[in-house]
Ligand binder design. Structure first.
Ligand code: HEM
Length: 495
């Protein structure tokens, strides 16, 4: 008898939940931006592949902001520049938060990973710590090391152009290992330490894919013993790895042998910054996670664009020849005089944005936009792929056309922006370091080489990995030296 009554109450409870859920959905739907219809209970089906491309198609149909529903989760996708500014920049204070990511953040990262840290005290202290080491004046101090590694990239491409993607990855890994841990020697992707970090990042990349784990739709699963227990194990392994790396710097500091680095700064200021050992370990590791593959992918896109758009490449080279010539190599000091290089980089960012789908934000208050209400708790995706294809700002968006970034005087336009580094208070903390990397590698690569395709292996400009941060699938390039004795000229500069 008792069991029957309990069952009755459970069924009534479930029905009540269902009905109130439906009523809530109907109420919300009336004020939300429009979107494709979905199942009355489960909502829309997340795209299986390349969600940013599917979302860009939906932007064409439903407009600058459209709504999707996944179970109880409401997602607004922003696909036009002005709407992104209105919602994610002007309302930055209310959109700093991240959506709850149970599998990727709470289980795999034990809540420590900055990328998924919700708005609040932990995020504030994380970003404060980064700001000190990555703001423009601090970023400028990394220029010499970036230059040295960029020079290695050029020499690697000269001697072994087949492995150009690996050389770009080596550049990026070397720079972030220097900033993160003070490692001064070049870092190879085959280093066991880097391989271990990459194993962890590869796992994250799988777990973070929309719809990868049911627990993100049904949070109760987190508490079911045995459910996705490998995620907890992976999380423990990752924390142990970052702790080992931070402890190595701690030991160097004790022996007075440490190079200046982000980890050293965190350790020396741990108490003042209010960081636990685990937070400190994860934060030091974040530089590699966030800055390595992204930078390498952008460098790869730069070479891809140069090979596929030879006339555009030649335009940059004409300016390099005029300003720099061939007796010396370009340096950071030439930047002001090389707007064609900067325009090329800006177009690389727009044409194939590395963080193509953007990193989701979450509203912590109702936001009124264009007569619609984006309610508190909505996930907001700034779809960078679609924003870079905004026809009002970027006509013929599929064309790689750096000239769109230049004004009639050949200077960089200050009225055109593209948010490749994200939005508002969540904007990428490494943007200045990344800009420096892209500038110097582009300037040196286009000064040193005529980069072209192998006619026998034409490049597919849409062949990219289907991952949270996209990167080109392997492609073949030819590096034809434009400067006599590149090696000697580069060495002379360093002497
Ligand atoms: C071309 C290279 C890069 C691109 C395209 C890029 C892009 C991005 C984007 C789109 C975000 C998310 C912003 C948002 O939520 O709106 C982000 C976050 C982040 N980036 Fe970068 N990034 C690059 C390089 C770097 C580098 C070199 C570092 C470190 C030295 C770095 C560190 C971070 C960190 C720590 C975050 C998380 C910030 C947070 O969640 O509060 N990134 N980046």
């Amino acid at each position: 008898m008792f069991l029957q009554i309990a069952a009755c109450f459970t069924v009534i409870g479930l029905l009540y939940g269902l009905v109130s859920n439906l009523q809530q959905n109907r109420r919300l739907a009336a004020s939300l931006p429009p979107g494709p219809p979905g199942h009355w209970l489960f909502g829309n089906v997340p795209p299986k592949n390349f969600p940013f491309i599917r979302f860009a198609e939906l932007t064409e149909i439903y407009g600058p902001v459209f709504t999707l529903r996944f179970g109880r989760r409401i997602v607004c996708v922003v696909g036009r520049h002005q709407a992104a500014v209105d919602i994610l920049v002007k309302h930055s204070a209310e959109t700093t938060d991240r959506p709850r990511a149970i599998a990727a953040s709470e289980m795999l990262s034990q809540g420590f990973r900055i990328l998924m840290t919700p708005a609040g005290e932990r995020l504030k202290k994380y970003r404060r710590a980064f700001h000190t080491c990555l703001q423009p004046s601090a970023a400028a101090t990394y220029k010499p090391i970036q230059y040295n590694h960029a020079k290695n990239y050029i020499l690697d491409c000269l001697h072994d152009g087949k492995c150009h993607l690996e050389h770009g990855r080596r550049y990026a890994a070397s720079v972030v290992m220097y900033i993160g841990y003070g490692k001064t020697t070049p870092t190879s992707y085959s280093d066991p330490e880097v391989q271990e970090v990459n194993k962890c990042l590869g796992r994250l990349s799988e777990v973070i894919k929309p719809g990868a784990y049911l627990v993100d739709t049904y949070p109760i699963l987190k508490h079911i013993p045995g459910y996705a227990s490998h995620l907890w194990r992976y999380g423990r392994e990752e924390l142990a790895l970052y702790t080992r790396q931070a402890n190595a710097v701690r030991k160097q500091l004790e022996k007075d042998e440490a190079q200046p680095s982000f980890a050293a700064y965190l350790i020396e200021n741990q108490e003042r910054l209010g960081l636990s050992n685990d937070e400190l370990a994860y934060l030091s590791g974040a530089i590699f996670g966030a800055g390595s593959d992204t930078t390498a992918a952008a460098i790869a896109v730069m070479t891809m664009a140069a090979a596929c758009y030879p006339e555009t490449q030649a335009r940059v080279q004409a300016q390099l020849d005029e300003v720099v010539g061939s007796d010396r190599a370009p340096t950071f000091e030439d930047e002001e005089m090389l707007p064609e290089v900067t325009a090329f980089v800006l177009e690389v960012y727009r044409w194939r944005p590395v963080s193509a789908g953007g990193v989701p934000h979450r509203s912590t208050k109702d936001i009124v936009w264009n007569g619609y209400v984006i309610p508190k708790g909505t996930e907001i995706i700034g779809n960078l792929w679609a924003i870079g294809r905004d026809p009002e700002l970027f006509p013929d968006a599929e064309e790689f056309r750096p000239q769109r970034w230049l004004n009639e005087n050949g200077r960089i336009r200050d009225d055109l922006k593209y948010p490749v580094f994200g939005f508002g208070r969540r904007v990428c903390v490494g943007q200045h370091v990344a800009d420096q990397s892209l500038f110097i590698n582009t300037a040196l690569a286009l000064w040193a080489f005529k980069i072209s395709q192998d006619p026998a292996k034409p490049i597919d400009v849409l062949a990219f990995t289907d991952t949270a941060n996209i990167r080109p699938l392997p492609f073949t390039l030819r590096f034809e030296p434009r400067v006599k004795d590149i090696e000697a000229v580069l060495e002379a500069h360093l002497d």
